[in-house]
Write a protein that binds this ligand. Sequence first.
Ligand code: NAD
Length: 244
Amino acid sequence: MEASFDATGEVLVVTGGANGIGAALAHAYADAGGTAVVFDVTSGQPHPGGRVREHLVDVSDRDAVRAATARVLAEHGRIDALVAGAAVQPRCDVVDMDPEQWRRTLAVNLDGVVWCAQAVLPDMIARRSGTILVFASGLATAGRAQASAYAASKGALIAFAKSLAAEVAEHRIRVNTVFPGVVDTPQFRQANPAGGEREHWERATGIGTPADVVGPLMFLLSPAATMTGSTLTRDRAYPRSETK
Ligand SMILES: NC(=O)c1ccc[n+]([C@@H]2O[C@H](COP(=O)([O-])OP(=O)(O)OC[C@H]3O[C@@H](n4cnc5c(N)ncnc54)[C@H](O)[C@@H]3O)[C@@H](O)[C@H]2O)c1
């Protein structure tokens, strides 16, 4: 994506940034002059300018998140933004749900966001500046068979973000929620096998690419987005190539 936002000198922590939407954002942020630090359990693509850094972190592990955040602050001196994208989306009927799978989904998708927010907030509060984005999902409101754990985690995140926004408003920190729309990523492909389900989404909403979501995310990270406690919904969209 062309750099239409300026992130020069700023630092973003993006969880789940080795793949999909988070990876596209990390690279766009670096292209815009910032440094993106990825917290993920796997590695992504290097950035030509070297401004996408990686830490192997399981976001459900609060101590690991704290240690990685401390390393980011020691190396870069500040964290301007947190984009909490790490998530898993297992498919399972409730009647067959293994307690471990239920707990793991909530531990990554919900607890992971809480631990990351908790880790980055002291620096943001001290500087009276910062922005946090969390990802909801249309499945949180529409529901879907075999997606109860994922949908429940995303519904809880919507409520969490609203409350956190209220809590940190006095420190001039913004917290917003994004519904990114239907986007072709590793997680989307795993949760929507080829055939009928993907064709359904193609007809219902269109299927975007990670690059299609970067503009809305960069806007929310920029000072132009004065909103907090708000939701940006990308319900239905045209690919960027069709909007020129
Ligand atoms: N793709 C879509 O259509 C869509 C729709 C609605 C919401 N979302 C949300 O957008 C966000 C990004 O999704 P995506 O589609 O790009 O997914 P993705 O699968 O491409 O990326 C998710 C990343 O999270 C990482 N991850 C998984 N468990 C982790 C853990 N414990 N600790 C750290 N990292 C971990 C994975 O390794 C992966 O790199 C997610 O929160 C997802 O729920 C996506």
